[in-house]
Design a protein around this ligand. Structure first.
Ligand SMILES: *Cc1c(COP(=O)(O)O)cnc(C)c1O
Length: 421
């Protein structure tokens, strides 16, 4: 598929997203907060509705018809997710509430039981709090030591620095595939190979890559990968952990309860096989089923198509932002085809506070985020307290970017007239 301004991917799909067709403060909604959560297509909303209206029942434990239908749909999503990320088997996909819970699962089940005093965990300064705080817990409890990869002058993952931190003491490398603030695409292939050479495991925080580009966990050879459904057109409350089968088999359960057991005695229990060993209690059934609908939806468009379209948007966004001298962006500038970064821009505009900017843009119907985007250490590292962030998805358009630039110019003019008074 090729994209022209006459017929873009977005014009083909926007009808699928009812929420986009509304006015905010009298202006058409421009939703540029996709890195925080994506919107949901009708197919996903219907999947939720159909489950509750037609076959709501608990999964796994019932022999009646509705329970069978619910179980089939719930387990069906597992096959879809496994195929979506190219896992070797469905048993390598564990449902979680979100990516944060998936990271905590690995931290508690593997980290707390495996790591010894002096073992090292390598993270980077750009990590989301979700891929930082659980490892702080692990370090505090086990005596493991956290090390942080810094940034290159272009504000990207410094592979040389990473290599200098890597040693026989390194037991885990946990990094973002794509940064939710800098937008850089990290050199994960190289990182994984280098980490494996010293016997370390690698966890990829793929929250910002799984929704936007094709993912092949076998080609990547990562040990674990986590993502959240709500950033890839699915509801909140459902995410997943991918883990290599042998590794998941060796890991003890994280949470105890129903569903995760084989036999229960008063004083001990044996555990269910994978993946149920890690899924205690009644799961988010409707949300998991709807995640399957989201995966179907994205697959039907094609992740290559989505990625190519977003690259085009990225080039346009940065080209237009470059017209505004007050705007400073963070993270790498896009290369010729924007293959080095995500379709988002974190930026500051001189002395205008990002919250003020964001509040003013909201008056024009433009939704962007302001703050630290759950990357407070990164902001400290960059010596800034907060940034504004516009983040795009495949239903956004060049025309929306143009309207955003007009809004931004007006906002900058407004605040400069205020400061002159
Ligand atoms: C959103 C995000 C997370 C956390 O996802 P939750 O759904 O809040 O658990 C972690 N890492 C990155 C890079 C993210 O963008």
């Amino acid at each position: 598929m090729t994209f022209t301004q006459e017929r873009t991917l977005a014009t083909a799909v926007r009808a699928d997203f009812p929420i986009l067709h509304q006015q905010i403060h009298g202006n058409p909604l421009i939703y540029f907060d996709n890195a925080a959560t994506s919107q949901k297509p009708t197919a996903v909303l219907d999947a939720l509705q159909n489950y509750y209206q037609g076959y709501n029942a608990n999964v796994h434990r019932g022999v009646h018809t509705l329970s069978g239908l619910a179980t089939d749909a719930y387990e069906g999503t597992r096959d879809k997710v496994a195929a979506f990320v190219h896992a070797a088997t469905r048993d390598e996909i564990v449902y979680t509430r979100n990516a944060s819970e998936a990271i905590n699962l690995v931290a508690y089940s593997w980290g707390m039981t495996t790591l010894q005093p002096g073992d090292e965990i390598i993270l980077s300064v750009m990590e989301h709090h979700s891929n930082l705080v659980p490892w702080q817990f692990v370090a505090q409890k086990t005596g493991a030591v956290l090390k942080f990869v810094e940034l290159t002058p272009t504000q990207e993952f410094d592979l040389d620095h990473f290599q200098s931190l890597l040693s026989e003491r390194t037991k885990l490398v946990a990094i973002a595939h794509v940064s939710n603030t800098l937008g850089c695409l990290n050199p994960v292939r190289e990182v994984i190979d280098l980490a494996h050479q010293v016997g370390a495991k690698v966890l990829l925080d793929a929250c910002q890559s799984v929704p936007n580009q094709p993912i092949d966990v076998q080609a990547l050879d990562c040990d674990w990968l986590v993502a959240s459904g709500h950033k890839m057109c699915a509801p909140t409350g459902i995410g997943f952990l991918y883990g290599k089968l042998e590794l998941l088999r060796a890991m003890p359960p994280f949470l105890g309860g129903g569903e995760m057991i084989a036999d229960v005695f008063l004083d001990h229990s044996t555990y269910a096989d994978l993946p149920h060993k890690f899924e205690a209690g009644t799961p988010a059934i409707a949300e998991a089923i709807a995640l399957g609908a989201a995966v179907d939806y994205l697959t039907a468009i094609g992740m290559d198509t989505i990625h190519a379209y977003e690259q085009d948007l990225t080039l346009h966004l940065y080209q237009r932002l470059a017209e505004l001298p007050e705007v400073q962006t963070y993270g790498p500038k896009p290369n010729a085809d924007a293959s080095n970064r995500a379709s988002l821009a974190a930026f500051t505009t001189g002395s205008i506070h990002p919250h003020d900017l964001s509040a003013l843009l909201d008056q024009s119907g433009i939704a962007i985020r302001s703050g630290h985007h759950c990357t407070q250490p990164l902001h400290r590292y960059l010596n800034i307290s907060s940034t504004a962030r516009a983040s795009l998805y495949f239903y956004n358009t060049r025309e929306e970017i143009d309207a955003f630039i007009v809004g931004l110019k007006d906002a900058i003019a407004f605040f400069s007239s205020m400061s002159e008074e």
